[in-house]
Ligand binder design. Structure first.
Ligand SMILES: Cc1cc2nc3c(=O)[nH]c(=O)nc-3n(C[C@H](O)[C@H](O)[C@H](O)COP(=O)(O)O)c2cc1C
Length: 180
């Protein structure tokens, strides 16, 4: 089993694409394949001490899933399967995709939901990211003046994605024991 589990939800494939680009930077011992959360069991997910988790925000500030009109199940359906687990001693880093122009009042809210879910269950969530360079009005993914994880907007700032991903991975590397 790889040291770090890499899981994502995605509706139109952008979050999947970013997850795959993260996987490409690491060998199989370090990083699992990028796996859609609708394909993992609670048991397999719970085996990892280190997790990198990605989500788009859909609906009006919602997690992806059947209620936000995704074609397939996603985080909305997966979280209830792990809601009874204790994540103490585990380290989690989050990345979120959203659209700050189209949804400025709910920018990246789903990443905020994942942050609440995992911190409430004892996880150490790392990888907070500056809000500089983004324009939006509200986001539950901002805590203490920073995003709770990597903020990506492939709808409006796709040209910044690679450099943001690289800088963020370098930032979380010490927490995850990663060599880059
Ligand atoms: C119906 C719909 C609702 C959306 N709602 C939000 C939202 O509330 N907040 C946000 O930041 N982005 C929102 N977005 C933008 C998506 O999060 C963004 O396009 C993302 O890159 C999609 O990722 P995916 O291709 O992995 O599904 C919405 C997009 C759609 C199509």
């Amino acid at each position: 089993m790889a040291k770090i589990g890499l899981f994502f939800g995605s509706n139109t494939g952008k979050t999947r694409k970013v997850a795959k680009s993260i996987k490409k930077r690491f060998d199989d011992e370090t990083m699992s394949d990028a796996v859609n959360v609708n394909r993992v069991s609670a048991e397999d997910f719970a085996q990892y001490q280190f997790l990198i988790l990605g989500t788009p925000t859909l609906g009006e500030g919602e997690l992806p899933g059947l209620s936000s009109d995704c074609e397939n199940e996603s985080w909305e359906e997966f979280l209830p399967k792990i809601e009874g687990l204790d994540f103490s001693g585990k380290t989690v880093a989050l990345f979120g995709l959203g659209d700050q122009v189209g949804y400025p009042e709910n920018f990246l809210d789903a990443m905020g939901e994942l942050h609440s879910f995992f911190t409430e269950r004892g996880a150490k969530v790392v990888g907070a990211w500056s809000t500089d360079g983004y324009e939006f009005e509200g986001s539950t993914a901002v805590v203490d003046g920073k995003f709770v994880g990597l903020a990506l907007d492939l709808d409006n700032q796709s040209g910044k994605t690679d450099e943001r991903v690289a800088a963020w991975l370098a930032q979380i590397a010490p927490e995850f024991g990663l060599s880059l």
